[in-house]
Design a protein around this ligand. Structure first.
Ligand SMILES: *Cc1c(COP(=O)(O)O)cnc(C)c1O
Length: 410
C-alpha cells in the first residue's frame, strides 16, 4: 500500500469498510480493488487478479492503457469542461474521427450508454413525426425480448426482465417486444406507425446470445423496404470486442443509427455517442436535445485516443485471434461435460455451467476469484468471459485454466 492512501482516507474509514450508507443496488464479488494495469488488477491486500470482465467491455483496452492515460493527463492540464454552450478544439475532430471509424455521416456525443439509447429513441421518434409523417404520439419501436439497453425509466419500459421492471411503472408506451433472433416476428410487428427496430447485434447481458446469421441482414432489408430505422445498440458488442469495429460488420449490415459507449471512454471517463444518418440525427436541432457533459474536452480527448487505437484494425484482429484460443479451450470443457453450452464471438463468450457440476454461475465466479480470476455471472448458470483485448495469450490460458480448474474440482 502506498503511503498517500492513509492520508487520503484519514477520517473516512478503512480501505475494506462496508458502509451501510451505500445503496444496495449491486452485489459485487468479495474483492476490494486498489490498482490496475492491463488485464490485471490488485486488491487492497496486494492480491493480484486477472480481469475477465473488463468492466462489461468498458475496459477493452485494459486498465490504464498507457497511451490513453497520457492523453487524459495532458488534457487534464489544458481544458476539461466547457458545456456545449461554447465550442472547444476537440469536439469537431472527435466527431470527424468517430464518423470515420464507424462509417457514419453524423455523430451526437453523450456520456453513458443509457443516454445514447435514449437519444436514439428520441431521434427515431422525431424523425418518424417530422420526416416519415407518423401521426403525433403514435410512434412505435420494435425491440427484442431479453435485451439490455440500460436502466432509465423509458429503457426499462421496453425491458422483458421482471427484476429490471417491477416497481418502476408507470412505463413509457410505444414499444413492441418480440423474441430475439426471430426476423419473422419483427416483420409481423412492423406497421405504419413503426419508426424503428432497436436491437443488440449480439445480446451481451443476456449471456452473449448470437442471432442466426441472416437475422440482421433480414432486419436491414425489411427496415429499408418499410421506411423504418434500424437502430443497433453496439454499446457492449462494438469497438473491437466481437473481432470487428462493430459486431454488425461481421454480417455486412449497417444500422441507420448505432449507439456506442462503454469502451469509447477508454476505461477512464464515460463517453457515449449515437452515430448514423445525417437526415435522422439532423432532426435534433438546437434546444431539442442536449447534455451538460456530452462531448466535453476530456471525453473527446480520450474518445479520439480510442478511435486512434481502433483505426488500424490490429485490436479487432487480436480479438479474432484470441477468440480462436477461447473457442477451442471452451469446446474442451463442453466435450468433458462441464459446460452445457458455449456462445463465442471474438474475445467474448457466454458459457452455461452444466447442471451436473452442481454450482451456480455465482459460485463458479467466487471460486474463480479464489484462483485469481474475476468474472461475472448472469442469469443463474451463465458466466460471461470478456477479458481486455490487450490480454496476452498466456494470461488468457491462465484465466481459462482457473475456470477449468473450478469446474473439474466441483
Ligand atoms: C451497458 C449497456 C448499456 C447501458 O450503458 P450504461 O453506460 O450502463 O448506461 C446499453 N446497451 C448495452 C447493449 C449495454 O451493454
Amino acid at each position: 500500500m502506498e503511503d498517500d492512501d492513509g492520508a487520503r482516507l484519514s477520517g473516512h474509514g478503512s480501505l475494506t469498510m462496508r458502509s451501510p450508507r451505500l445503496a444496495p443496488n449491486y452485489r459485487p464479488l468479495d474483492v476490494v480493488l486498489h490498482s490496475g494495469d492491463g488485464a490485471w488488477v490488485t486488491d487492497v491486500h496486494g492480491r493480484r487478479y486477472l480481469d475477465f470482465l473488463a468492466g462489461y467491455s468498458a475496459l477493452n483496452f485494459g486498465h490504464r492503457h498507457p497511451g490513453l492515460t497520457a492523453i487524459a493527463h495532458a488534457q487534464l492540464d489544458r481544458l476539461t469542461l466547457t458545456s456545449r454552450a461554447f465550442e472547444h478544439d476537440l469536439l469537431h475532430p472527435f466527431a470527424e474521427a468517430l464518423a470515420g471509424l464507424a462509417d457514419a455521416e453524423m455523430v451526437l456525443p453523450m456520456n453513458t450508454g443509457a443516454e445514447a439509447v435514449e437519444t436514439a429513441i428520441k431521434a427515431a421518434r422525431k424523425w418518424g413525426y417530422d420526416v416519415k409523417g407518423v401521426p403525433a404520439d403514435q410512434a412505435r419501436i420494435v425491440v427484442a425480448a431479453g435485451a439490455f439497453h440500460g436502466r432509465t425509466t423509458t429503457i426499462v419500459s421496453m425491458s422483458s426482465d421482471p427484476l429490471a421492471r417491477a416497481g418502476f411503472g408507470p412505463f413509457t408506451p410505444g414499444f413492441v417486444v418480440v423474441p430475439y433472433g426471430d426476423a419473422d416476428a419483427v416483420e409481423r410487428a412492423i406497421d405504419e406507425h413503426t419508426v424503428a427496430v432497436l436491437v443488440e447485434p449480439i445480446q451481451g447481458e443476456a449471456g452473449v446470445l448470437i442471432p442466426p446469421p441472416d437475422y440482421l441482414p433480414r432486419l436491414r432489408a425489411m427496415c429499408s423496404a418499410s421506411d423504418v430505422l434500424l437502430v443497433l445498440d453496439e454499446i457492449q458488442s462494438g469497438l473491437g470486442r466481437a473481432g470487428a469495429t462493430l459486431a454488425a460488420d461481421l454480417v455486412g449490415v449497417r444500422g441507420d443509427l448505432v449507439t456506442l459507449g462503454k469502451a469509447l471512454g477508454g476505461g477512464i471517463v464515460p463517453v457515449s455517442a449515437v452515430v448514423g444518418r445525417q437526415d435522422v440525427l439532423g432532426v435534433l436541432t438546437a434546444g431539442t436535445h442536449g447534455s451538460t457533459f456530452g462531448g466535453n474536452p476530456l471525453a473527446c480527448a480520450v474518445g479520439l485516443g480510442v478511435v486512434d487505437l481502433l483505426a488500424p484494425g490490429d485490436l479487432q484482429a487480436r480479438a479474432r485471434h484470441l477468440g480462436v484460443v477461447l473457442e477451442w479451450r471452451l469446446a474442451e470443457l463442453v466435450a468433458d461435460g462441464l459446460l452445457a453450452g458455449v456462445r463465442q464471438v471474438g474475445l467474448w463468450a457466454g458459457v452455461d455451467v452444466a447442471p451436473g457440476v452442481g454450482l451456480t454461475g455465482r459460485e463458479v465466479c467466487e471460486r474463480m476469484a479464489e484462483r485469481g480470476v474475476l468474472a461475472k455471472d448472469t442469469h443463474g448458470s451463465t458466466i460471461r468471459l470478456a477479458p481486455p483485448l490487450v490480454i496476452s495469450e498466456s494470461d488468457l490460458h491462465r484465466g481459462l485454466d482457473a475456470l477449468a480448474g473450478v469446474l473439474r474440482a466441483a
